[in-house]
Design a protein around this ligand. Structure first.
Ligand code: GLN
Ligand code: ZN
Length: 742
């Protein structure tokens, strides 16, 4: 008989209870005791859900007050020196100081850096290792959690991040791998403690086994796991996910571990090879339900595929979701807005537990479910081929000349990235409209007033290319998803993004099309108020796709093409309405990049083709902008160049302008126009004029003036007007000053 378990469960709570408690605690509205209680309640509910669904284990150690990687950093005593000064007077506040730079007690401090967890939209806190980094085990939180679950009567399988993945994720002053020797004793001691606590299985996550690993890192696995194996009488389940194992598959199964988990949602093709590689006593955990999507699993298909294995392995076959359910929404029961015909196709974390149980009974011959035929995706590169030569006829140089002629902009034109402050009043008005308290007419009037105000302010500030300010959008994907056919918006499909921050991605439910123009009215309204050019503002097809839950019955590239087709209609409608500059944002282009290098080309082929398709029919004098907000472009520079937008605005202020090197002209640089963000919009600080002049001068050394734009590094919707007004004024004056020197 097969067994069932999961790699982890969402910790935000079905109604985002933890998020609410955290934020209330940070605001000083509830005591720490109340926060601790809220966390314990989430854990209790999560374990009970796993128990109720009949899973063979409950998973502990997947809870975190902010982030699971940070839990490990504290567990190993790897707290960077700067946090020692002005420390908080209790450990939870100290934890929050590391996570967010401030806490109810302790001095404010620069928080740990945050970055994306593999190719997900979850962000972890990056460990910082000093050259002489020492480690010291403090595992209280994990042991307490294990004990708590045991007291509630559960069989507990704790999860920890493996030593190699933990080191890989950190930023080391020297070679992170050199720290392994020092770190391993902590793991050995931890395993001993867990064994003493009566634990029989420990899940060790090593997702880096799905990456293109340097040889030294691969070679470090066997000796490290030999030590772990010898450390204590516990069985280790090595968990891998997010990517095929490929050349690391034999390595993974050859380690002295009692079981291996593989991600069958991402790499179903590796199942036979994994089954072959399995040792005579090893457990094979198959992650067949997609932990990162919201569709019900194809249980019939998996029953057929797994039946022979189930017969052969019996208890040594474990059924699971592909990865931790941290990446899926919590409970469909809380979805009140969706109709039954949509609900029945979906499974959130809670429902995935039930699915595991159903699959288990199917495999045990205990039930005969209706087995739906499998709808396998046809994975061809057809999109890239179909779009191969749909691109603007003139090369950039010719387009640029026509655009210069038409737009008559000064050198170093100033602009912004699109959004202006979403004020309390604006948010309140939107809520009132959505709940029916005010009429659509009143809402639209309010939006027009906001837009008029934004235009007026930009004219006074003296910006060269204006925007309408995006008052009508509260989210750059949801806004388009709501107007395109084919999307479904959930009421409670929240997924943790970082800390207390959650996102609610729309679902691509069917074929996508555009019933009517989506932004033209707003852009035209703004353009009607000024003689300066107003830039139209769209979210690009790759970003809309990457920030949604995708279909699984057709390739992602197909959905992306459908979105691109809809957006192209919008682009042409904007052009026809005399909007001469159109920005198509792609901040999530990098996010979709596969973890394995060998798959990059396939992704970029269709992603770039879809972006280009959106503007393939515009006139050469219509200027296309794009925007991305992250540093470290090096790996994707070729793709960015291939987008061939006339102008790209990028985030650079926070990365010390380092990435400018990548964008400077010349071989391998960005050949068209570029607006490196000259100040950080994430900070409430107003940049000084002199500081901006200096920065701009430095940029102007790298980028020729005729290709240089001046702008902040991202949209301004999270700022207030006072900050925005002063910052932009300084920016415009800095541009004038530098322009005068040219
Ligand atoms: N145009 C969007 C804005 O200004 C871009 C946001 C983003 O890059 N994430 O808000
Ligand atoms: Zn941005």
């Amino acid at each position: 008989m097969t067994q069932t378990h999961i790699l982890g469960y969402p910790r935000i709570g079905a109604q985002r209870e933890l998020k609410k408690a955290q934020e209330a605690y940070w605001r000083g509205e509830i005591s720490q005791r109340e926060l601790l209680k809220a966390g314990a309640e989430v854990r209790r509910t999560n374990w009970q859900a796993q128990r109720d669904a009949g899973l063979d284990f409950v998973t502990a150690g997947d809870f975190a007050w902010y982030d699971q990687v940070l839990n490990h950093t504290l567990m190993f005593g790897a707290v960077p020196a700067r946090f020692r000064e002005g420390a908080a007077d209790n450990s939870l506040d100290q934890y929050f100081r590391l996570a967010r730079g401030r806490a109810p007690s302790g001095e404010p401090v620069a928080a740990n850096a945050m970055t994306k967890w593999f190719d997900t939209n979850y962000h972890y806190l990056v460990p910082e290792f000093a050259a002489d980094q020492a480690f010291e085990l403090n595992s209280d939180w994990l042991l307490d959690e294990v004990c708590e679950a045991q007291k509630q009567g559960h069989r507990v399988k704790p999860v920890v991040i493996g030593p190699l993945t933990y080191l890989w994720l950190g930023r080391a002053e020297g070679d992170a791998l050199a720290l392994l020797e020092k770190l391993l004793p902590c793991y050995e001691q931890l395993l001993q403690q867990l064994a003493e606590a009566g634990v029989d299985w420990v899940q060790i996550d090593e997702p880096i086994l799905g990456l293109d690993l340097p040889a030294q890192w691969r070679d470090a696995f066997a000796p490290a796991f030999q030590k772990l194996d010898a450390a204590a009488p516990v069985k280790l389940l090595l968990a891998t996910y997010f990517s095929p194992l490929r050349e690391n598959l034999t390595l993974a199964f050859g380690l002295p571990v009692a079981g291996v988990h593989i991600d069958c949602a991402r790499a179903p093709e590796e199942l036979p090879e994994a089954a072959d590689a399995l040792g005579a006593e090893q457990v094979l955990s198959v992650g067949v339900l997609n932990g990162r999507n919201i569709w019900r699993g194809d249980l019939g298909k998996w029953q057929r595929q797994l039946q022979p294995l189930a017969e052969k392995l019996g208890e040594r076959l474990w059924l699971s979701a592909s990865c931790s359910l941290l990446h899926s929404p919590v409970d469909l029961e809380t979805e009140t807005k969706l109709p039954p015909e949509q609900l029945q196709k979906l499974a959130y974390a809670r429902q995935k537990l039930d699915e595991l149980q159903q699959l288990q009974s199917l495999l045990n011959g205990e039930s005969d479910a209706e087995i739906a035929p499998a709808a396998d995706a046809d994975v061809s590169a057809s999109v890239a081929e179909e779009l191969a030569d749909t691109w603007r006829a003139q090369p950039y140089a010719e387009r640029a000349a026509l655009q210069r002629e038409k737009l008559q902009l000064p050198l170093l034109p100033t602009t912004t990235i699109g959004s202006f402050p979403q004020t309390d009043l604006l948010r309140k008005t939107r809520r009132q409209f959505r709940s029916g308290e005010i009429s659509e007419q009143d809402y639209l009037d309010h939006l027009r007033a906001e837009i008029a105000e934004a235009v007026r302010r930009q004219e006074i500030l003296g910006l060269d290319v204006l925007v309408h300010g995006e008052a009508e959008r509260n989210d750059m994907v949801e806004y388009f998803g709501e107007q395109l056919d084919g999307f479904v918006h959930t009421g409670n499909g929240w997924v943790q993004s970082y800390g207390s921050r959650c996102v609610k991605p729309p679902i691509i439910f069917g074929d996508i099309s555009r019933p009517q123009p989506m932004t033209v009215e707003w852009s035209s309204y703004a353009q009607g108020l000024t003689k300066k050019p107003v830039k139209g503002m769209l979210t690009g097809p790759v970003t809309i796709l990457n920030w949604s839950f995708p279909r699984e019955d057709i390739p992602r590239s197909e959905s992306c093409l459908q979105i691109a087709k809809a957006l192209r209609q919008e682009v042409l409608d904007l052009e026809a309405a005399d909007i001469g500059i159109i920005q198509i944002d792609e901040p999530a282009l990098r996010e979709g990049v596969p973890l394995r290098e060998s798959e990059h080309k396939g992704y970029f082929d269709w992603a770039v083709a879809c972006f280009r398709y959106t503007c393939s029919k515009v006139k050469p004098e219509t200027q296309i902008h794009t925007h991305m907000c992250y540093s470290n472009f090096n790996a994707i520079m070729d793709a960015i160049v291939a987008l061939d937008a006339d102008v790209i605005t990028i985030e650079s202020a926070r990365s010390d302008l380092r990435l400018l090197q990548a964008f400077a002209g010349g071989q391998g640089g960005y050949p068209n126009e570029i607006g490196p963000g000259i100040y950080d919009i994430h900070s409430p600080n107003v940049p000084e004029r002199e500081e901006l002049v200096a920065r701009l001068q430095k940029i102007a050394e790298a980028v020729p003036a005729e290709r240089l734009w001046v702008n902040p590094d991202c949209g301004l919707k999270t700022r207030n007007w006072a900050e925005v007004g002063s910052s932009l004024l300084n920016m415009v004056e800095a541009a004038r000053a530098v322009r005068a020197e040219l």
